[in-house]
Design a protein around this ligand. Structure first.
Ligand code: SF4
Length: 332
């Protein structure tokens, strides 16, 4: 663990330092900036990646201008960066490169104050914030409690809404909170073949669905993100099986939403993935994809428009049939 010295001026920074500085299993040291942590071990890309996934930096978020976050929200809510999971296709391969160490920000109240300003700027419209644009926030929640603070903050914001997505199941801290119906929890799921091949270090589907049932029982608006969707042979049967399982468990849930994100990759992610996981098995043939510029300035390879159109129709049809009360928010 690395700490910025300024982080110790905040209660969360002090709490984490006191907890881990005497833990013989943890090496604690100081860094000048959470953006510039040097000296991480790792003689090969795979080893450097493994070391980074075991490294946590506790810092102060200085940039309080939030990035936009289409299509799921208006703004990102930056509570953390990085994730301990090892999903081969992860979007963090683009943004964090080959050393995706995790960062948590201790100035949570300053971040939430800034969210309050953004909400005021859009009054009388609702402003939606995404808590999972740069991390899986549930994965780090047992350490920080920041997600719970955000949930309670948004409960008190009549024009603010919060949403986050996760593959993790440690939701117990969230269940008793006053969320006011303003936070939508979405579980990121996929069909078994995709989980088995490409997701590592994350809870399996059964644990995610059990956590989703607990969250729904606590009255949170619930959703599922199906991502990444690979339009490879057998995809329709695979996703039909997944939706039927969701139908059996969540057919009676009101206001259930779906977001479907087809597989995409940047050239930077592809280079990093090939270096870290030489036998990754991901379909990343550029010739079979369409190149598209993204909102953050880098281009990505997506499925061609005709394939997306077909997938949109198929998912809409399956949802109508299997979970008729649910809503498909988007398929990209
Ligand atoms: Fe990336 Fe999400 Fe997997 Fe974490 S759980 S490695 S953020 S895809």
């Amino acid at each position: 663990m690395y700490f910025e010295r300024e982080a110790l001026a905040y209660p969360l920074g002090r709490k984490l330092y006191q907890r881990f500085s005497h833990d013989p299993a943890v090496t604690v040291t100081f860094a000048t900036s959470h953006n510039r942590v040097t000296g991480l071990p790792g003689s090969t890309p795979a080893r450097a990646f493994a070391a980074a996934k075991r490294t946590l930096v506790v810092g102060v978020r200085r940039t309080l201008d939030f990035a936009t976050c289409r299509p799921s929200a208006h703004y990102q809510l930056p509570l953390a960066t990085g994730c301990p999971g090892w999903c081969r296709y992860c979007y963090l391969h683009t943004t964090l490169g080959t050393r995706p160490y995790m960062r948590v920000y201790v100035n949570v109240h300053e971040i939430l104050d800034r969210a309050h300003q953004y909400i005021g700027e859009r009054d009388p419209d609702i402003t939606v914030f995404e808590g999972a644009a740069t991390s899986d926030p549930v994965a780090l929640e047992a350490l920080t409690g920041s997600l719970g603070l955000a949930v309670e903050f948004f409960a008190g914001e009549p024009l603010g809404r919060f949403r986050f997505a996760t593959k993790y199941d440690r939701v117990e801290n969230l269940l008793a909170l006053n969320h006011g119906g303003h936070t939508r929890v979405r579980f990121s799921v996929n069909w078994s073949k995709i989980i088995d091949h490409y997701e590592h270090g994350t809870p399996g589907l059964e644990r995610r669905l059990a956590a989703a049932q607990e969250v729904a029982g606590a009255g949170y608006p619930l959703g599922f993100i199906i991502a990444p969707v690979f339009l490879s042979p057998g995809w329709e049967e695979g996703y039909r099986g997944l939706l039927e399982e969701l139908g059996r468990r969540f057919g009676g849930v009101d206001d259930l939403t779906f977001e479907v994100i087809t597989h995409r990759f940047t050239r930077r992610a592809k280079t990093n993935i090939e270096a870290i996981f030489p036998d990754h098995g991901l379909p990343m043939d550029e010739e079979s994809r369409q190149f598209k510029y993204g909102q953050f300035g880098y281009g990505k390879f997506v499925y061609p428009a005709a394939s997306l159109q077909l997938a949109r129709g198929r998912f809409a049809g399956m949802l109508q049939e299997i979970l008729p009360g649910s809503r498909l928010e988007y398929l990209v």
